[in-house]
Design a protein around this ligand. Structure first.
Ligand SMILES: [Zn+2]
Length: 378
C-alpha cells in the first residue's frame, strides 16, 4: 500500500513538473527577450542622442578648434623658419579678428558640454589650443589673449618640461597658468606615434603624463588629450575610455558638431602660411556630421582592404556627395533612408590615412575627415 502511495506521489510530481516546465522555460526566455528589448531601446536612445539635429543638420552650429604650436617674434622666425610657427603680429591679428567677429572662447569642459549636447550652441564659439608646452605661450601669446579676455588650452608633454628645454614651460609657469584658468591637458608623456605602440606602452603614455600634469597644474583631474601628430588607433581610444579621459583631439581639419566621436575631435592647425583670409576661411567652414562609423575611426584596415560603413544625414543628393582618399575619388553606396554609406577602403603605404567626405549644397561646401590605420607589415 505504502509503495502505491509513494508511486502515485512520484507520478504526481513528475506530472506537475511536466505542467510547470514549459511555463518556467517560457518565463526564462521572456525575461531574456525583455533584456534584448531593453538593450535595443538603450541603443536607440544613444543613437537618437547623436542624431539630434536630424534633418536640420545644415543649420546645426559647430565649434572650430584651433591648434597652435609656436608663437615667435619676427627675429626668431628669421633665425629658425618653421611652418608650424606663427609670428606674434600674425597671432595678434587673428585674435583681434576673432574678437571683432564676436567669437567667444571656451574652456575645454564647456566645449565638451556643447559637443555632448548638454547645451545648445547658440553663439559663435572657438576653442583655442596650444600643443607641446612651449614657453612662447607665456612670452608672447598670453598677453594678447588676456587683453581680450580669451581662454586657451595647453596640451603639454611632460618629458619636454622635465628635460628643462630652453623653450619649454617650467613647472611653476604651468602652475601659474592653471591658476589663471588656462586648461592644462595631456599631449602624452614623450610625444610618440601612438599607432606604433602596444597596449602597455600607450597606457604608460596616458597615465604618466596625467601624473605629472596633475602635480604641476594642481588640478584634480586631467581628462583630455591631444594625440601627437594627430595619430591614434582603436587601442588608444579604448584605453582613453578605460582611463576615463573624456575626449581626445586630432590635427585633421573639420568643424566639430554635437554628437560626433569625442575621441576624434578635429582641429585646424594655424601655420605661418595662413593669411588672415585663410584663417577666417578655416573658422567659417562647414562640416557634414558622421554619426557612426563601422569600423570605428582609428581602426586598423587589413592590407587586402575592408568595407567601411558610416552613418551620415539622410536624403543627400549623391551627385554632390564625394569621398576621397589620397585625392582619389572612392566609389560608395548610399542609402537615402537611413543615411548609411558604405565604401571599400584599401590603404596605400604611408603614415596618414584620411578619408575625406565632401558635400556641396549650392555654394556651401561641407566636409569631414575620417582617420584609419594601415596594418603594418612586420
Ligand atoms: Zn605636438
Amino acid at each position: 500500500m505504502r509503495k502505491i502511495i509513494y508511486l502515485i506521489t512520484l507520478l504526481f510530481i513528475v506530472f506537475v513538473g511536466f505542467l510547470i516546465y514549459p511555463f518556467l522555460k517560457s518565463n526564462k526566455s521572456n525575461s531574456s527577450k525583455g533584456n534584448v528589448k531593453q538593450q535595443h531601446i538603450l541603443r536607440n536612445i544613444n543613437s537618437n542622442h547623436s542624431n539630434n539635429f536630424g534633418k536640420n543638420w545644415q543649420q546645426a552650429q559647430g565649434i572650430p578648434v584651433l591648434c597652435y604650436h609656436q608663437i615667435v617674434s619676427k627675429v626668431q622666425f628669421k633665425k629658425r623658419p618653421t611652418p608650424y610657427a606663427v609670428t606674434v603680429s600674425q597671432f595678434r591679428n587673428q585674435i583681434n579678428w576673432l574678437k571683432k567677429e564676436h567669437y567667444k572662447t571656451l574652456t575645454i569642459a564647456q566645449f565638451y558640454d556643447y559637443m555632448t549636447g548638454k547645451k545648445p550652441i547658440n553663439e559663435k564659439f572657438v576653442l583655442i589650443t596650444f600643443d607641446d608646452g612651449l614657453n612662447d605661450f607665456s612670452k608672447h601669446a598670453q598677453k594678447i589673449l588676456e587683453k581680450v579676455n580669451f581662454k586657451a588650452v595647453l596640451f603639454i608633454y611632460p618629458t619636454w618640461v622635465i628635460a628643462k628645454k630652453k623653450r619649454a614651460l617650467k613647472p611653476w609657469q604651468i602652475a601659474n597658468l592653471s591658476k589663471l584658468g588656462y586648461d592644462i591637458e595631456s599631449h602624452t608623456f614623450w610625444h610618440p606615434k601612438l599607432t606604433k605602440m602596444n597596449v602597455k606602452d600607450q597606457t604608460f603614455q596616458f597615465k604618466r603624463s596625467r601624473k605629472f600634469l596633475k602635480k604641476w597644474s594642481k588640478k584634480k583631474e586631467i581628462s583630455y588629450l591631444a594625440y601627437p601628430f594627430g595619430l591614434f588607433n582603436e587601442t588608444s581610444v579604448g584605453l582613453l575610455k578605460k582611463l576615463s579621459y573624456k575626449a581626445a583631439f586630432t590635427i585633421f581639419p573639420g568643424i566639430n558638431l554635437p554628437g560626433q566621436n569625442p575621441y576624434a575631435f578635429m582641429r585646424y592647425m594655424v601655420v605661418k602660411g595662413d593669411s588672415l583670409k585663410r584663417f577666417q576661411q578655416k573658422l567659417e567652414k562647414k562640416s557634414i556630421p558622421i554619426f557612426k562609423s563601422n569600423p570605428n575611426f582609428g581602426a586598423i584596415i587589413p592590407s587586402k582592404g575592408k568595407n567601411v560603413t558610416i552613418t551620415i544625414p539622410t536624403n543627400l543628393v549623391t551627385q554632390n556627395l564625394a569621398l576621397y582618399y589620397k585625392r582619389k575619388k572612392l566609389k560608395y553606396k548610399y542609402n537615402n533612408e537611413n543615411g548609411k554609406l558604405t565604401f571599400f577602403l584599401k590603404l596605400k603605404k604611408g603614415k596618414i590615412h584620411n578619408v575625406n567626405i565632401k558635400y556641396k549644397d549650392g555654394k556651401i561646401n561641407y566636409r569631414q575627415t575620417m582617420l584609419f590605420n594601415r596594418l603594418r607589415s612586420k
